[in-house]
Design a protein around this ligand. Structure first.
Ligand code: MRU
Length: 348
């Protein structure tokens, strides 16, 4: 097993969160320590931590830290109101990845469940829940990886988009977890990683983590996917997800939809890998998924240099929705689902 698989981009350590600052990769490996709920909000909003499961885990620890401080500051405060205030605040840091809302809801439920015991014990229960969310994600990713690895054969080329690796989760990743397991098993395969404009998660993060694991990875620009597919270099596409609707429509990093259309054109299977915490059974289809729009500067400024004229109109959605018709299978820790599928009944 390589060091990157042991690596945790989010760690909880003695009343603080230790985050690998993903905005500084691959140039600098710098860790930041978060103590306040405001620091947690800011780090999620500004993508020091990113990737659906990692955001959820960070918010869960962040909620615990907020309550820890609230209790220390005033034992008489209305703690239920405080918790709800922090839940809403953290949940507003980024809108698309449902893991954030899911983790906060789970923390909130645990707080409710533990009513009637001492405040100290209630607080310990919150930390216990955050640790459980973290550990369960790791186990889920390993199972997802087993499913994906079974699809990766000698001689295959696999295309991925954005970063759905160890950096985006507790450990192993979702879409990338199969690569680590296939590598452990000695399978001879190649990965092609889209650079993933505009924030470059593919170039800065995916190829960084795969290269460290000794996986054969080639970086391409997003607009080269059709070329590598037409050259017969790609036999499967594996991507992560930020929110999956009950009918299988999937929100993932902007550009995923284009890759799915291309894969369909070339007859290449398109796999979405995600833990159940990414499935939103509260929505019927992808049209109901809120899509984050980010600052224009992500597009108009590159590496500190202006690359577009002043006052240019910019549209910068951070995610798109791939219709379930273009998805060959949704790979989760609870099994592999083949759209069209009703995830409400499949998961009940
Ligand atoms: O904006 P980001 O970097 O948080 O977006 C991340 C993605 O879209 C990933 O592909 C997705 O979260 C899956 S992470 C396991």
């Amino acid at each position: 097993m390589s060091a990157i698989e042991d690596f945790r981009s989010v760690r909880f350590d003695q009343e603080k969160i230790v985050l690998l600052d993903q905005t500084r990769l691959p140039e600098d490996i710098k860790f930041v320590e978060l103590v306040t709920v405001e620091e947690v909000f800011w780090s999620i909003r500004n993508m020091l931590v990113r990737g659906a499961p990692a955001i959820g885990i960070t918010a869960a620890y962040g909620l615990y830290l907020g309550m820890f401080a609230a209790i220390k500051d005033s034992v008489n405060a209305d703690l239920d109101a405080k918790l709800q205030q922090y839940v809403q605040y953290l949940n507003s840091s980024r809108p698309t990845a449902v893991n954030l809302e899911w983790a906060l809801r789970r923390m909130s439920r645990r707080w409710e469940l533990e009513r009637g015991i001492s405040i100290k014990e209630r607080l310990s229960a919150l930390l216990e829940e955050a640790i459980a969310i973290d550990r369960e994600d790791e186990a889920a990713n390993r199972t997802i990886g087993e499913h994906l690895a079974a699809l990766i054969k000698d001689g295959m080329g696999v295309l991925t988009h954005c970063n759905a690796g160890a950096l985006a989760t507790s450990r192993y990743g979702t879409a990338l977890s199969g690569f680590y397991i296939a590598k452990e098993r000695g399978v001879d395969f190649k990965v092609f990683a889209d650079e993933t404009r505009p924030v470059l998660q593919g170039a800065r993060l995916t190829v960084w983590e795969l290269q460290q694991a000794g996986i054969d990875v080639t970086l391409i620009c997003d607009n080269m996917a059709a070329t590598v597919m037409s050259q017969g270099k790609i036999q499967a596409v594996m991507v992560g997800a930020d929110r999956i609707a009950a009918n299988g429509d999937t929100a993932n990093k902007i550009g995923t939809y284009s890759v799915a259309v291309l894969a369909h054109h070339f007859g290449i299977p398109f796999y979405v890998a995600a833990p159940i915490s990414t499935v939103d059974l509260g929505i019927d289809n992808g049209q109901q998924i809120p899509i984050e729009e980010r600052a224009a500067e992500e597009i108009t400024v590159f590496n500190g240099r202006k690359v577009a004229p002043d006052n240019i109109a910019v549209f910068n959605p951070a995610f798109d929705v791939t219709p379930h018709e273009l998805i060959t299978a949704i790979v989760t820790e609870k099994g592999v689902f083949y759209p069209p599928v009703d995830l409400r009944s499949a998961l009940s």
